[in-house]
Write a protein that binds this ligand. Structure first.
Ligand SMILES: C[S@@+](CC[C@H](N)C(=O)[O-])C[C@H]1O[C@@H](n2cnc3c(N)ncnc32)[C@H](O)[C@@H]1O
Length: 213
């Protein structure tokens, strides 16, 4: 595992297989654009968001930006994240500009809700998306941040999207940086309305899938 500095100056990790945890064009830009703006903010504009589900906790950048957003906007957010292969302490080499918050997120116990502050609570679950059992109709926003289909095709299957569809509320928003045709078709087959929208810097497109009313 090594730390690399991405196109916007923010760091990310690259694992032994060469998979990067975030876009090399800009880690922070990608997280902010795809997950916070296209996902969380979209859901807030369409009636509110309080329950977020993330596939792939990884370095904790999405969680960190979401906690900051909750505080800046005085919103109460509950964040459930799953991770099949938790990092040991590789995250300590990442300077995301808020060391204290990043430590709190990584040091939070697994498998139980932990209040990080007045606005943001997290449950980290060590689990695989393929086998985890999720509650029905719980989540308003899904951050789909698995490694890409080339690295992990099993995470982009129809079954995975059907599972998330069931776990989401009506009008719930699922976002991902991935735009592969098969992935889009699997989302549509699972029942989502899918839009291909402009992507973050360095990527032409991204996908946003909405559970119909
Ligand atoms: C692209 S990285 C996530 C980056 C992360 N969201 C962040 O903000 O740093 C993908 C993550 O998915 C995890 N992962 C791999 N297989 C998984 C599975 N079957 N279920 C859930 N997570 C998995 C990886 O270990 C990795 O941490």
């Amino acid at each position: 595992m090594k730390v690399v500095i991405t196109g916007d100056g923010s760091p990310t990790l690259v694992n032994a297989n060469g998979d990067s945890y975030k876009s090399l064009h800009g880690a922070r830009c990608e997280s902010t654009y795809v997950f916070i703006q296209a996902g969380l903010q979209c859901s807030i504009q369409h009636g509110g968001a309080s329950e977020i589900f993330e596939v792939g906790f990884g370095t904790g950048l999405n969680a960190l930006l979401t906690a900051q957003y909750a505080n800046e906007n005085n919103l109460k957010l509950n964040y459930t994240t799953i991770e099949a292969f938790p990092l040991a302490d590789e995250w300590k080499g990442l300077d995301y500009g808020d060391e204290d918050l990043l430590s709190k997120l990584h040091q939070a116990e697994w498998e139980e809700p932990i209040a990080i502050d007045d606005n943001f609570s997290i449950i980290k679950r060590e689990a695989q998306l393929q086998t985890i059992i999720l509650p029905d109709s719980r989540y308003d926003v899904v951050y789909y941040d698995a490694f890409g289909p080339r690295a992990q095709p099993e995470l982009w299957s129809l079954e995975c999207f059907q599972k998330l569809f069931k776990a989401m509320n009506k009008a719930g928003v699922l976002v991902t940086y991935c735009v592969k045709g098969d992935v889009r078709r699997n989302m549509i087959a699972a029942g989502f309305n899918v839009e291909r929208m402009a992507g973050p810097p360095g990527k032409r497109h991204m996908l946003r899938a909405i559970k119909p009313l």
